[in-house]
Design a protein around this ligand. Structure first.
Ligand SMILES: Nc1ncnc2c1ncn2[C@@H]1O[C@H](COP(=O)(O)OP(=O)(O)OP(=O)(O)O)[C@@H](O)[C@H]1O
Length: 562
């Protein structure tokens, strides 16, 4: 986290100056009190007037320095947190799909909301406040030494105790805070899941179960917070006790000097005030130290995200697809127990259209995911024009390959922005994509046309309409390779037929289309049909040839054919 202080070191330095200034002004008030009380006890009206004016000016200065301190602190916090949150978000977004999916997305949300708030309070603000109290402590100590060294020594002998408290309890408090942060993260995950699955909860009448789950998680989170607060409170109370002890000792000693006649009443009040500036900082600093120790777990969590180096997008940059894609003896497992792809070898020629068919779970989507580098830990090679796809920059790869999934994500924006994804495309390009994706009649029927809002994750659209927007989104990129993973599954046969037909007619486009709809007319138009069975390519060929073979495809077609 120090990095974010150093990144704005100029502003941080000004903050330190203003904090120290505010602190010194606050400490100096002790002497203003001394002036007023001494003028009062001496029954000196003239001195009292002067002291009162000085007091008035001091209060004004105190207000101004305090405001400056707060304003500068707010500015520093704004800059440091914006920068930190941006860095975290960039790192998360730079993750590859596999590593992103290893973490529940709600955990990222929790880091960006909950943990950042804890860091703001317990790290950034805490550090500035600590500097304020350290300055007050030092200035008051020097002043108290000058007033009465014996009193100062006594204050310090008892003063060691509140400092020792956080050292003794620091680790325990940190552990409790990490548990709380983890539970908060799980709680956020739970809420996100429930709201995302709202329709499922409703339609399956599982509200009771959902409420039960929520309440359990809520209880666990609040309980861990309670335990953390309980321990923190105990540590704080212990510090307060030691602070009080210090105060009584110092008050008794200074009163002793007043009785002895070596200290004026005003000086005694000033000493008490200075003691406040020694006792309070010690209490607060001990608490601050506890807080600083307690954020170690959260700091580690955030540092892990920030230090994630595996995601740097390096490799071959500009790339033009000229010849073919080759899958060479691909073996892959998601986990060690089960091989999903088992020796897949294929050649995809540029400009040709391929349908990928096979039983459910045979590895069709997985094969395409490997081409798209969702996963890189496979055996064998996938090469594009002879270059291993793992050596190509991911961003360059996605400039080469567009993909359309069965589950489409829609941004809560207009149809147009969901198609262009905020890229700059001409009206013609947008219209072309709309026509090829079969969206024309939908858009014509909407009052706002392409500027119609789709709602949260496309809730204003049907599944098929969302799929067509996703198809337009992929087509507009005009990449040389197009990959469709059951992209027309939500469409009626006629629309699906028209869209597939339209894609098949795009000249020069290399397409790989996973399909369950075994329609003779469409399948006949593919240059090749790749048949997968249990992680192996069992047949490759044109529709008629495969039927003639009367082998696996033949039985699949007779089972699922339309
Ligand atoms: N992220 C994952 N982690 C673990 N196993 C997975 C994961 N994704 C898929 N699988 C498993 O891998 C196997 C192949 O899945 P894949 O999605 O590639 O099949 P598919 O042929 O596309 O199936 P379908 O036609 O039903 O979509 C399945 O048994 C599936 O359960």
């Amino acid at each position: 986290m120090k990095k974010y202080i150093l990144r704005f070191k100029g502003l941080f330095f000004i903050n330190i100056i203003s904090v120290i200034l505010a602190s010194l002004v606050s400490v100096s008030m002790a002497f203003v009190l001394q002036l007023i009380i001494d003028a009062g006890t001496a029954m000196d009206m003239k001195k009292l007037k002067i002291a009162a004016i000085i007091g008035f000016v001091f209060i004004l200065i105190e207000m101004l320095t305090d405001f400056t301190k707060r304003a500068l602190q707010a500015k520093f916090i704004k800059k440091a947190l914006t920068s930190l949150k941006n860095d975290i978000f960039h790192k998360i977004l730079n993750r590859n799909i596999k590593s992103f999916n290893q973490e529940n997305s709600a955990n990222y949300i929790s880091v960006l909301n909950n943990d950042i708030k804890i860091l703001e309070d317990d790290y950034f603000i805490n550090i500035l406040q600590s500097i304020y109290h350290i300055a007050a402590f030092i200035a008051s100590t020097i002043a108290l030494i000058l007033i009465n060294p014996i009193l100062t020594v006594a204050v310090f002998i008892v003063g060691v105790l509140p400092i020792l408290t956080p050292i003794v309890f620091g680790k325990k408090v940190s552990r409790k805070k990490t548990i709380y942060s983890d539970n908060l993260s799980k709680f956020t995950t739970k809420i996100k899941d429930m709201f995302s699955g709202f329709e499922v909860i409703k339609s399956f009448n599982i509200e009771k179960r959902a409420i039960n789950d929520y309440e359990k998680s809520n209880m666990k989170t609040e309980h861990s917070k309670y335990k953390f607060n309980l321990l923190s409170s105990f540590v704080y109370s212990l510090s307060v006790y030691f602070g009080g002890l210090m105060f009584i000792v110092a008050l008794s000693i200074s009163m002793y000097f007043v009785i002895k006649g070596t200290m004026s009443m005003g000086l005694m009040i000033a000493s008490i005030q200075l003691m406040n500036h020694i006792v309070n900082p010690l209490l607060i600093l001990s608490n601050s130290l506890t807080k600083l120790k307690s954020i170690k777990g959260i700091e580690k969590k955030i540092t892990n995200i920030l230090n994630d180096k595996s995601e740097a997008d390096t490799g071959i940059d500009t790339f033009e697809f000229k010849n073919d894609i080759r899958f060479d003896n691909i073996e892959f497992s998601y986990d060690e127990d089960r091989k999903i792809l088992n020796g897949v070898s294929l050649t995809i020629e540029k400009g040709q259209k391929y349908a990928i068919v096979g039983n459910s779970g045979s590895g069709k989507s997985t094969l395409l995911k490997l081409l798209l580098r969702y996963y890189e830990d496979y055996n064998g090679h996938i090469s594009i024009d002879g270059i291993d796809n793992r050596k190509i920059k991911v961003s360059s790869l996605y400039n080469l390959v567009s993909t359309i999934h069965q589950d489409v994500f829609m941004f809560d924006d207009t149809i147009k922005n969901n198609i262009t994804l905020y890229g700059n495309y001409s009206e013609d390009e947008i219209n072309n994509a709309i026509i090829h994706a079969g969206l024309e009649s939908l858009i014509n029927s909407l009052k706002e046309g392409v500027n119609n809002f789709v709602g949260e994750n496309g809730c204003n659209l049907s599944g098929g309409e969302k799929q067509r927007i996703a198809i337009a989104r992929a087509l507009i990129k005009q990449t040389p390779i197009l990959v469709l993973d059951e992209a027309t599954s939500s469409l009626d046969n006629e629309t699906a037929y028209n869209i597939e037909n339209s894609i098949l007619s795009i000249e020069g486009l290399t397409s790989l289309v996973i399909t369950h709809k075994l329609n003779e007319e469409i399948l006949n138009k593919y240059d090749g049909i790749i048949v997968l069975k249990d992680g192996k390519v069992v047949e490759v060929g044109e529709f008629d040839n495969l039927l003639d073979k009367k082998s696996y495809f033949y039985s699949l077609y007779n089972l699922c054919g339309i």
